[in-house]
Design a protein around this ligand. Sequence first.
Ligand SMILES: NC(=O)c1ccc[n+]([C@@H]2O[C@H](COP(=O)([O-])OP(=O)(O)OC[C@H]3O[C@@H](n4cnc5c(N)ncnc54)[C@H](O)[C@@H]3O)[C@@H](O)[C@H]2O)c1
Ligand SMILES: [Zn+2]
Length: 402
Amino acid sequence: MTHAATDHDTVRVTPGAIPEAPYDVRIGHGILASLGESVARVLPRKRRNQPAFLVVDDKLPDQIVSTATLSLEAAGFAVTSADVAASETNKTLASATLLLRQLASTRAERTDPVIALGGGMIGDLAGFVAATYKRGVPIIQCPTTLLSMVDASVGGKTAVNIKTDTGLKKNIVGAFWQPTLVLADVAALASLPARTLRAGLAECLKHGLLCATFDIETDLFDWTTTHVRKILAKDAATLRELVTRNVRTKAAVVHTDPHELDPNGGRAILNLGHTYAHAIEPIAQLSPTADPADAPLQHGEAVALGVVAAAHASAALGAFHVEHAELIRAAFAEAGLPTRVRALPSDDALLEAMSHDKKASGGVLRLIALDAPKSGDALGRCRVVNDPPRAAIVAGWDALRG
Ligand SMILES: NC(=O)c1ccc[n+]([C@@H]2O[C@H](COP(=O)([O-])OP(=O)(O)OC[C@H]3O[C@@H](n4cnc5c(N)ncnc54)[C@H](O)[C@@H]3O)[C@@H](O)[C@H]2O)c1
Ligand SMILES: [Zn+2]
């Protein structure tokens, strides 16, 4: 018997020995002034008056933008800049199209760089533009918020949002496109509003609570809690160490699972606190303080609440201690982040909101749970718990009420 439909030839294509090349993340104070020479050094082919397309956050102080531009020009680049307003509603295909049109009019070729100068919104949008223009041109990330230095600029995720019948779907259209270089100048944080800095610090504390899972930076949580005052005061050396330690952590996680394909660990662990955070982030009236005018929650504020909730849920699962969960709450509170929230919806409504994440992960509610440290060890070991019992999830929400 013959099976004509299954009769075929197969040619296996191995696109490259190193499909995603390694890249450096440079961290320092005042290093934006060396952007031009740093970019020239990492480009495959450098020519005179090479176009460089600079995508700029329009809220940045002029001095940051001119430092970057002058440095690129001094290194022989012909710079074209595009100012973009950093908001989630502007992180769209329409914004990408506008940038792609401008980029095309510079006659940029495959080896000409796009340079993102701004927070994570700018990095994701410019990264997406670089990933798609001529099927991919080099993207250089110059993050200017703490969150984008320690998280968004590293790991190659680029994306835009789209609106559907059920609301704004964040980061649903995008590509993995690794940067050619990341240059994090902590001097840029000088102009960052205190609340935005704290929101970034929430992700750093989160890294401190998961790093030991990857055997990296195992004292990060303790180090961060000890240095909170200096971080909030924007002490240059402390910020530099903070960013370096967190980039090392993110890099180690990304290395284990570059495309977030491991359902039981890897990149998914970075979602510690996020199953809870995503459920409360869209609720417009929730405020991080007693003042309703401070609503809505910023992402990092929702993460702070989410990590506290996840710690209490972990305790309810029996794998973690309530005292440790309270220690974590105290650390977030010390950093000026919310650890309780008024007017939280009912458990049913919150569980319903969490089920949106569940749909996104194949019908499974995936909680990143904390494990109790072994005697003498610091906190920082996590694992994935699929479909935890309702009582454990609710224990997390209960910890945030009041
Ligand atoms: N790609 C990833 O892996 C990844 C990871 C985490 C978050 N993200 C994305 O990152 C975005 C959030 O990034 P974010 O927290 O940096 O927010 P953001 O880019 O929206 O910036 C926050 C605010 O700070 C302003 N700003 C930026 N730098 C400044 C500076 N130096 N001085 C003064 N103001 C400044 C911006 O104009 C904006 O108003 C989201 O879109 C999120 O989806 C991506
Ligand atoms: Zn986050």
